[in-house]
Design a protein around this ligand. Structure first.
Ligand code: U5P
Length: 377
């Protein structure tokens, strides 16, 4: 098969969509394709030189004539420039707004028959989909793409309900590279973090925006800490951290909560954890739950968005109603106090992560999408 030249645009900061887009680029490059990242800065998981990967930074100049810097136009121009200079076959953009719309403009500007694949990750649908000034643009971005995927069946359903596009949308789940996202020996780190041998470790990883419901995590942890020795690892940073600290102090558990801020090697932290909590009120997939599962950590998630497509209730963890602190605490204690339940869920989690969400399998799905579009010419 001919090796392809693929442009990828994503938000380069921490967040599921940027992580998945970057990992996809890395794995496609390993398969011999030439990957061109086109974004406002280097994606955060591109930490070294990789063979077959190139990065093109979008520069936005601030002229006094503009009230707002014209990022979308600068991005579209850069996409068109790279498409022509590098002879791109495909542009795979993550998020309909603004990336798909920019790609469509870039295709026109370049005058080339550039194939556009758009992956919907959530926020553009679940947040912007409620903004009437945006829905037409989102629909346009979806309908004019050559192929559209979304990261969960729940997100597809929501997209049809809110945006009503006349376009087929295919579910391609997020994935993990089990060579990296795997259980590692982190016993030293356990000691460095001051976690005692008899303490259970609960972990929550997020951007600490209100939708992640980190305060619910604190409330559940308070219930757990009442019954058994435990520590809570909070990984990531965001606006709710202050509220999290206040609530933890109020509930008398502040010294049991370790605020670790943004971290890069999350698999080390998952590997020393006994349970992951993902109690969001909106979540199109729940990548952190999948990452934890790949390290053999059972998860409790809310019955929201794509979370039940990742966590299987009663098999890899539990699915609970949003905000039902009593139920979540009870289920958490059930996992933490019964070694056999924990180990059974841990094994099932490892197996599910590998067989249903392994990178090899899902990267091949994307690769086949690219080839099918080019074959149809
Ligand atoms: N993440 C980190 N470090 C952090 C916080 C989050 O690498 O400090 C990563 C998670 O591992 C996950 C993504 O891959 O950001 C967040 O995914 P989501 O919650 O946006 O789906």
């Amino acid at each position: 098969m001919k090796k392809l030249k693929i442009g990828i645009t994503c938000y380069p900061t921490i967040g599921g969509s940027g992580v998945v887009a970057t990992e996809l680029g890395k794995l496609l490059a390993e398969r011999g394709h030439e990957i061109h990242f086109i974004s406002s800065s280097l994606p955060f998981r591109l930490t070294k030189m990789y063979r077959n990967i190139y990065s093109h930074e979008v520069e936005v100049n601030q002229y006094s004539v503009f009230q707002y810097p014209p990022y979308d136009i600068a991005l579209a121009s850069k996409m068109a420039e790279v498409a022509v200079l590098e002879n791109l076959d495909v542009l795979h953009v993550h998020y309909a707004i603004p990336h798909a719309v920019c790609a469509i403009l870039a295709r026109q500007m370049s005058g080339r028959d550039l194939k556009i694949v758009t992956t919907l990750h959530g926020t553009d649908i679940t947040v912007l989909g409620y903004d009437p000034s945006m829905t037409d643009a989102i629909r346009f971005g979806i309908e004019k793409s050559d192929y559209v995927t979304a990261v969960s069946a729940s997100l597809i359903k929501q997209t049809y309900e809110l945006i009503k596009p006349k376009k087929e949308i295919d579910c391609v789940y997020n994935f993990i590279d089990t060579r990296v996202n795997k259980r590692v020996d982190s016993s030293d780190l356990r000691g460095e973090l001051g976690i005692l041998p008899d303490e259970k470790v609960i972990i929550h990883v997020s951007n600490f925006r209100p939708v992640k419901r980190a305060l619910d995590v604190i409330r559940v942890f308070a219930g757990i800490a009442e019954k058994l020795p435990a520590k809570l690892l909070l990984v990531g940073d965001g606006p709710e951290i202050k509220g999290v600290c206040s609530l933890a102090s109020e509930l008398g558990i502040r010294e049991k909560v370790l605020l670790l801020g943004k971290q890069e090697r999350v698999e080390e932290l998952y590997s020393l954890s006994d349970l992951m909590l993902l109690l969001s009120e909106k979540e199109s997939f729940g990548l952190v739950a999948l990452e934890a599962m790949a390290c053999g950590v059972p998860c409790i998630g809310t019955n929201v968005g794509g979370i039940p497509e990742v966590i299987v209730d009663g098999q890899t963890g539990y699915i609970c109603d949003l905000g039902n602190i009593a139920e979540i605490t009870e289920k958490a204690l059930h996992i933490l106090m019964n070694r056999s339940v924990h180990d059974h869920f841990a094994l099932n989690s490892l197996h599910r992560a590998e067989t249903n969400f392994g990178a090899e399998q899902i990267v091949s799905v994307y690769e086949n999408i690219y080839y099918s579009l080019l074959e149809n010419d």
